[in-house]
Design a protein around this ligand. Structure first.
Ligand code: NDP
Ligand code: OXD
Length: 308
């Protein structure tokens, strides 16, 4: 079995070692050192168009991420070739930690206490009611559902928005474009966990974000291009939004000089909310390759026309 590996990063060796251990029967080559034409399976992150175009009789392409928005045009590949994304693979636990931290920091007013400390001011603030602290999650997929469950266990009222209606215990489900305004209207902390697709790019523009109640807070851990940066900044500056935690950006690394870097109401991290873990990801991919080889179905296949 021939496996073609590609990542633009510098950590290729650890991936190839892990793949070699998990699939000792396979020959693993790195693109572009080898040709793509006799590849059985491709394991890739941000592959160039040229790689995808030259894949010949490939049986499946595994994307080293949950989001497939960085895949180039796949139209040269037959529809029958599955493109498979990572399905949790250790990311849900990290996303839960990150988002719960953001929500608790906001709810327990750590930023306000930090301001008070800077002024050497001792002042106990009244406890906020969790009942009023509704967390709204855009995207009720693998990661959104895990985050919703953790927030429910912490006692927050949680609502989630997706294309199809969901039945997640103690989470109010909103579905489709026609229910988005109602979803936003009572959301105190908005957590974005949507894939970036033609339908979701620039979804969070000034109009949509204005539907949130005054004083709402945004956490974007999905993709930067879901947000219209200048319109978010305008809503932070006019106090409609109290703040934002941003882990993802339209251009990464975030360019020097971008207003997010020094905005007093923005907390930012460099795309670390849920890292792709080598061991977990390779174990998942190897298990799926074995299932495909045995003619069994697998999860995580991207519906190309839907874009995720
Ligand atoms: P899933 O595919 O499991 O979930 C996507 C969810 O979004 C689904 O509930 C889907 O609805 C919903 N959705 C998609 N399009 C629409 C739409 N137009 N309207 C309403 N709902 C929509 O993805 P994951 O949970 O695994 O991952 C989500 C995203 O998180 C990834 O695509 C990636 O961009 C991002 N991510 C970021 C990371 C980071 O480190 N910052 C790490 C990992 C992922 P339905 O269920 O009805 O289909
Ligand atoms: C992903 C990511 O999509 O790392 O997995 O952002």
């Amino acid at each position: 079995m021939n496996i073609l590996f590609h990542t633009p990063g510098t950590n290729g060796a650890s991936w190839i070692d892990a793949l070699t251990q998990a699939l000792p029967e396979a020959r693993i080559d790195r693109w572009p050192a080898t040709s793509a034409s006799d590849t059985d399976y491709a394991v890739v992150w941000k592959p160039p168009q040229e790689l995808v175009t030259t894949l010949g009789r490939v049986k499946a392409i595994f994307n080293l991420g949950a989001g497939v928005d960085s895949m180039p045009d796949l139209s040269t590949l037959p529809e029958s070739v599955p493109v498979v994304r990572l399905d949790d693979a250790g990311m849900a636990e990290q996303m839960v930690e990150y988002v719960c931290h953001c929500v608790l920091r906001r709810y327990r007013e750590f930023d306000a206490y930090a301001d008070q400390q800077r002024e050497a001011r001792w002042q106990q603030r009244p406890r906020l009611s969790k009942r009023d602290f509704v967390v709204g999650i855009l995207g009720a997929g693998v990661l959104g559902t895990a985050v919703a469950g953790a927030l429910v266990r912490l006692g927050f009222p949680v609502r989630a928005w997706s294309r199809a209606r969901k039945a997640i215990p103690r989470v109010v489900s909103f579905a489709g474009a026609q229910e988005l305004d109602d979803f936003l209207a009572a959301t105190r902390v908005l957590v974005c966990l949507l894939p970036l697709t033609q339908d979701t790019e620039r979804l969070l523009d000034g109009v949509r974000l204005s539907r949130l109640p005054r004083g709402a807070y945004l956490v974007n851990v999905a993709r930067g291009a879901l947000v219209v940066d200048a319109e978010l900044i305008a809503l932070l500056d006019n106090n409609h939004l109290a703040g934002a935690t941003l882990d993802v950006f339209r251009d990464e690394p975030l360019p020097a000089g971008h207003p997010f870097w020094h905005h007093p109401r923005v907390v930012l991290t460099p795309h670390v909310s849920a890292m792709t873990l080598v061991e977990e990801s390779v174990a998942q991919i190897a298990a799926k390759i074995r299932q495909l080889e045995a003619g069994l179905p697998i999860t995580g296949i991207v519906l190309r026309q839907r874009g995720y």
